[in-house]
Design a binder for this molecule. Structure first.
Ligand SMILES: [Zn+2]
Length: 265
C-alpha cells in the first residue's frame, strides 16, 4: 500500500536515480519560472504517466517502456472513471463540499520539510486529509512574468492537493478491487523463481488523472511537482526541470504493439 505523501517521490527523483544531477558542485542553470511552466505544460499525459511517474518509482527501471505506457493508460482510465463516478454520486463540482459529505476532515499542519523530503499533503486512514500549510504559503504566485494560466493554476493549489488525497481515500475504500491497489506486475523469471512487484506510481498516475478530470484542469497536475518545489528550493526546481526535459527528450516513438490485453489486474 502506498502511504507515501504526495510528492515524496521528488526525493527519489532528485536524489535517487538522477543522483548525478543532484551534485551540489554542479549547480543547474537558472531558468525563469514562466519559461519552465510553458515548456512542461506542453508535455502530454502519456509522458507524465508513462515516463515521468515511472522514473520516480523504485521498480521503474525493470519495467519495459511498452508496459509503462499501457499501465499508465490503465491508471489514467481508472482515475478518470473514478472522478466521473464520484461527481455523479455526490452531485457537486465543489471539492470541499464533496469532502464534507464523504465524512472526511481536513487538517492543516506544519513541518512540511523533513529529512530532505518535502511533504505537501497526505491521506491518513481512515478519514483525514492533511495539508502542509507552508506549501500553500510558498506558492510562487507573486513571480513576475507568470502567465494568467499559471497563476490560475497556482490559485487552485489547495483544491488540487485535497482532490489528490480524496482519490487516495476513495482508493482506500475500494482497496480490495481497485486496479491501482490490486495490480501486481510479473517480472522476468529467474530459474524457478517468478518475482512480482507492486508499482507505487500507478496509484499516483490515477490520482493525477482524477484531479485533472474532476477539476477540469487544462494540463497535467504533475506540473505542480515543479511549481510547488520551486517555492521551497529553486535549485531543486531547476534540477527537476532539467530531469523532466531530459526524460522528455529520450522518449521513444509511440508504442504501436496492441499488447494491452496482456496486462490485467
Ligand atoms: Zn498520492
Amino acid at each position: 500500500m502506498d502511504k507515501r505523501p504526495f510528492l515524496i517521490r521528488l526525493k527519489l527523483a532528485l536524489q535517487g536515480s538522477w543522483g548525478e544531477l543532484y551534485n551540489p558542485d554542479n549547480p543547474p542553470p537558472e531558468i525563469p519560472l514562466h519559461e519552465m511552466f510553458q515548456k512542461i505544460t506542453e508535455l502530454d499525459d502519456d509522458f507524465w504517466g508513462g515516463v515521468y511517474a515511472f522514473s520516480t518509482d523504485p521498480m521503474g527501471r525493470v519495467i519495459s517502456p511498452e508496459d509503462k505506457f499501457i499501465l499508465s493508460r490503465k491508471a489514467q482510465d481508472c482515475g478518470k472513471a473514478m472522478a466521473q463516478k464520484t461527481a455523479a454520486e455526490y452531485e457537486t463540482a465543489k471539492i470541499r463540499e464533496l469532502v464534507k459529505r464523504a465524512g472526511l476532515t481536513i487538517e492543516k499542519t506544519t513541518g512540511a520539510e523533513h529529512g530532505g523530503t518535502i511533504h505537501f499533503a497526505e491521506f491518513a486512514e481512515p478519514d483525514k486529509i492533511r495539508i502542509y500549510e507552508s506549501c500553500l504559503e510558498k506558492t510562487p504566485l507573486g513571480e513576475e512574468q507568470l502567465s494568467r494560466d499559471a497563476k490560475d493554476l497556482l490559485a487552485s493549489t489547495e483544491e488540487v492537493l485535497i482532490t489528490h488525497e480524496l482519490f487516495h481515500y476513495l482508493e482506500y475504500q475500494q482497496r480490495d478491487t481497485i486496479f491501482t491497489r490490486t495490480y501486481v506486475h510479473h517480472l522476468r523469471p529467474i530459474l524457478f523463481f517468478h518475482p512480482t512487484a507492486r508499482l507505487l506510481c500507478i496509484s499516483e498516475i490515477a490520482a493525477m488523472a482524477f484531479i485533472k478530470e474532476y477539476l477540469k484542469l487544462p494540463c497535467s497536475p504533475y506540473v505542480f511537482d515543479l511549481l510547488l518545489i520551486y517555492g521551497f528550493n529553486k535549485d531543486k526546481a531547476y534540477r527537476l526541470y532539467n530531469n523532466i526535459i531530459n526524460l522528455a527528450g529520450n522518449v521513444q516513438a509511440p508504442v504501436q504493439k496492441p499488447i494491452i490485453d496482456t496486462i490485467s489486474n
